[in-house]
Ligand binder design. Structure first.
Ligand code: NAP
Length: 342
């Protein structure tokens, strides 16, 4: 497939297209100055990004929406050129809370629909407006829920015209199977958004998703922001990897561009986050070179690490409701684990 800066989309099972290159918008709300997401998304659209990954729980959807609307208003893009992915947060899994949560996102964005709406995590927290409900010991209060019922409420959101497609995030094989095997399934999940980068290449999940016509969206494609509150810093920084450094030198690129190109070239959507104008621009400059089969294999099969173990940056273990059928334990080391971010 010839990928270019203006043509790098793939078709999802819903028939809609998703650009392989997107921009992530999560920045720690405690340390990110107001207006940063707005400026970054505006610049990204000017540069050529058409896919924007956001979430209610990032607490900046109003800025992201404003940027998109202004770029539509000034004629840079039309609404249909933009692909926006929003996420259903853990406190809104009960079916009656699903549509109001999506409507809240749309109201915040001031858009009429999102292109993709995904279940952010396959686990529920105590329902309500406290996004991180905690008990008296400071422990997260989980909530038993039925992912299939949540999914049916999401399907109704497609019928109501609030989203074009539905997907999931951080789902393992059995959680995906729960949805795919649901009696009366009306709309299949089109994507599974999971941690995916050269240190965690997700071969088993890739194979399973390919078989089921599900596209993988790779989050943390640069190895995360290495925020100690949710990232295991014992793991080595991806962007300093020797193999990536060597390949980057050959193409006169940087390691971030090699990491992104690697995933895009194998059909994995990437959503690198940057709020730095220079890096937003650089991250998009991955369509003027390609990696050889040997280089792809070296990164994919051998992995970049000197040891063979793969590194999941965001793992935070399982929810206590893991014994229920709605949150089964993972089955392999390539299964996405639960993360809980600030
Ligand atoms: P990431 O995109 O792998 O890395 C972001 C970090 O890399 C930031 O610290 C950024 O800093 C830095 N960076 C960006 N471009 C760079 C470059 N060219 N060279 C060096 N450093 C660079 O990590 P992420 O934010 O965890 O993941 C990306 C997006 O995926 C998120 O924003 C979010 O939209 C989504 N996500 C989803 C989930 C989920 O559970 N579904 C979980 C995590 C993330 P600057 O901003 O200073 O450039």
């Amino acid at each position: 497939m010839d990928l270019t800066a203006t043509n790098h989309s793939v078709t999802m099972s819903s028939g809609f297209k998703i650009p392989l290159m997107g921009i992530g918008t999560y920045g720690d709300p405690r340390t990110t100055p107001k207006g940063t997401a707005y400026e970054s998304v505006k610049l990204a659209i000017e540069i050529g990004y058409r896919h924007i990954d956001g979430a209610l729980v990032y607490f900046n959807e109003h800025e992201v929406g404003q940027a998109i609307r202004e770029k539509i208003a000034d004629g840079t893009v039309k609404r249909e050129d933009i692909f926006y992915c929003g996420k259903l947060w853990n406190t809104f899994h009960p079916p009656e809370l699903v549509r109001p949560a999506l409507e809240r996102t749309l109201k915040t964005l001031q858009l009429e629909y999102v292109d993709l709406y995904i279940i952010e995590l396959p686990m529920a927290f105590k329902p309500g407006d406290t996004f991180y409900p905690k008990d008296e010991n400071g422990k997260i209060v989980y909530h038993e829920t039925d992912l299939c019922a949540t999914w049916e409420a999401l399907e109704a959101c497609i019928d109501a015209g609030l989203t074009k497609s539905l997907g999931v995030s951080n789902f393992n094989k059995r959680q995906l199977e729960l949805i795919l095997n649901k009696p009366g399934l009306k709309y299949k999940p089109v994507t599974n958004q999971i941690e995916c980068h050269p240190y965690f290449t997700q071969p088993k999940m890739m194979q399973y998703c390919k078989q089921n016509d599900i596209i993988i969206v790779g989050y943390s494609p640069l190895g995360t922001s290495r925020d100690p509150s949710w990232v295991n810093l014992k793991n080595p920084p991806l962007l300093e990897d020797k193999l990536l450094v060597a390949i980057a030198k050959k193409y006169n690129k940087n390691t971030a561009q090699i990491a992104l190109r690697f995933n895009v070239q194998r059909g994995v959507v990437v959503i690198p986050k940057s709020f730095s104008p220079k890096r937003i621009k650089e991250n998009f400059e991955i369509f003027d070179f390609f990696l050889t089969d040997d280089e792809m294999r070296a990164i994919e099969v051998t992995g970049c690490l000197p040891v063979k173990s793969k590194v999941l940056y965001c793992s935070r273990g399982e929810s206590p409701t893991a014994h229920t059928c709605v949150f089964p334990a993972p089955t392999s080391n390539t299964t996405p684990q639960v993360i809980i971010k600030p």
